[in-house]
Design a protein around this ligand. Structure first.
Ligand code: SAH
Length: 456
């Protein structure tokens, strides 16, 4: 097999990043994005490696029954959605299987413990409460807003992202009109010249408050009064207009400093009946409704009665722990970003929660310190980033002997690895529930209940 060959292929599996998988006649495994299980297609080979290749659809011969019209005109170019061409029920099956395969095959968990995925019902579009939209000039010098293409830093132009609320589409349109009048303002990554890098939008869904933040290579930009006055006039729901200063030569989107142009410093949202302040840099789940379902499941798994000491590791701005605070005696949150800890403390205050304390530090180090101080948690919740937990942290948690451990995970592979170690250290997995927080994208979350095995 060589580059540009066209071969006929049946798709027999899906990878965890949403690509279809087929097997060529010579046994080579071929990965083809934008395909669906049981598609038969002619595939152009793009890249050949030892025993595996990558291709793209040239022609669909027999379409899978899972296929729907992707609707979005940029779905095959944009890096956001990988399942837009699948019926949502088929997407959920793929995600369920991704979690099942990881925890059963790698984690050696009994398959009966994996419960049915909590899907997003019919709310698979316009669920995001945050968008970071890069701005650039195309080769004709025209202003483009969009999202990064798969595996690249090129912008796939997109005026109406189906994952974002309509107000974001309207604000982006106005921003684009403004920049089209003054295209010289657009930031150029290569030369580090120009001013405007990103439009960053947030909405507090339950309050309707919107934050509009312009990420600027500097502290201001020409004609900003013209822009912000028209926003103020036409979009009263924008309660916070901010310039985020990012003068660094980097592809990190946000800088550290924010200048409020008008309105408030942050907007408010309500999650699990609690008020949360969203400042520009604060972490907040992008799908509020599904995050609530995830947190509710985590709370169910924690089985709190009011007497417990609860440790919430990787707590961010405190959301998971605070949603359980009234059901336990004491809450201790741990998080590495100091700004998030500040937010978490403020969130506790704003909700009159007095039994919570928050520690800024690395989870592995802080947990070891808490253990040495003699803290004996009844329940430990963990919600680590994709790389999962350190072995050392798992040992520390086990040595603190909590009755239950609730593991919230955004990566089934590292979850499976970690569950295996917990099992070896005398904790048994009771139940796993996958939750779809990010419909149409490749991501899937899971929440797991583990409990201490009875001593012999
Ligand atoms: N539980 C929160 C945040 C989860 S995201 C929520 O549901 O909103 C994971 C969090 O872990 C992030 O806030 C990140 O800053 C934090 N984090 C990453 N590495 C860490 C480490 N080594 N120690 C402690 N926290 C860490």
């Amino acid at each position: 097999m060589k580059k540009n060959d066209i071969i006929r292929l049946q798709i027999v599996d899906m990878t965890s990043d949403g690509s279809g998988v087929g097997r060529a006649d010579d046994g080579t495994v071929v990965f083809v994005p934008d395909t669906a299980l049981n598609d038969v297609c002619d595939v152009r080979i793009l890249k050949v490696k030892k025993n595996l290749s990558f291709g793209k659809i040239e022609n669909i011969i027999t379409p899978s029954a899972d296929r729907v019209d992707p609707v979005c005109p940029v779905s095959t170019r944009c890096g956001g959605c990988v399942y837009r061409h699948l019926h949502y029920s088929a997407e959920l099956r793929v995600k369920q299987k991704k979690v099942y395969d990881a925890v059963v095959i790698i984690g050696k968990v009994d398959g009966g413990k994996v419960k049915e995925i909590i899907g997003a019902d019919d709310r698979t579009d316009r669920y995001r409460n945050k968008a970071q939209i890069p701005v650039s000039l195309n080769k004709n010098g025209e202003v483009e807003l969009g999202f990064y293409s798969r595996h690249s830093h090129r912008i796939a132009p997109c005026d109406d992202c189906l994952l974002s609320p309509l107000i974001f589409t309207q604000l982006s349109a106005m921003f684009k009109d403004f920049l089209s009048k003054y295209p010289y303002l657009v930031y150029d990554e290569e030369n580090h010249s120009g001013k405007i890098r990103h439009l960053y939008l947030r909405i507090g869904e339950s309050t309707g408050e919107v934050m509009l933040c312009v990420v600027v290579n500097g502290k201001s930009f020409d004609h900003q009064d013209e822009f912000f006055s028209s926003i103020k006039e036409e979009f009263p729901q924008v309660k916070s207009a901010v310039i985020n200063v990012n003068t660094a030569k980097t592809n990190v989107i946000l800088g550290e400093k924010n200048i409020v142009v008008y309105g408030k410093e942050s907007i408010t949202d309500i999650l699990c009946d609690l008020k949360f302040e969203l400042s520009p840099l604060a972490f907040y789940q992008v799908n509020r409704v599904q995050a609530q379902r995830l947190y509710e499941k985590a709370r169910e798994y924690a089985q709190l009665t009011g007497d417990e000491v609860l440790i919430d590791l990787y707590c961010g701005t405190g959301t998971i722990g605070l949603s359980m605070a009234k059901d336990c005696k004491e809450l201790i949150g741990v998080e590495i970003i100091d700004k998030a800890i500040e937010n978490a403390k403020k969130n506790a205050d704003n909700n009159n929660i007095n039994n919570a304390s928050f520690i800024c530090g690395d989870a592995t180090v802080a947990a070891d310190k808490l253990k040495k101080e003699g803290i004996k948690p009844d329940v430990v919740v963990v919600d680590p980033p994709r790389k999962g937990l350190t072995e050392e942290l798992i040992h520390t948690i086990v040595q603190m002997k909590p009755e239950r451990v609730v593991y919230v995970s955004c990566d089934p592979a590292t979850l499976a690895r970690d569950l295996k170690l917990f099992e070896e250290l005398n904790y048994s997995v009771k139940e796993i529930t996958p939750v779809d927080l990010f419909p149409r994208t490749a991501h899937v979350e899971s929440v797991v209940m583990m409990s201490k095995k009875p001593s012999p």
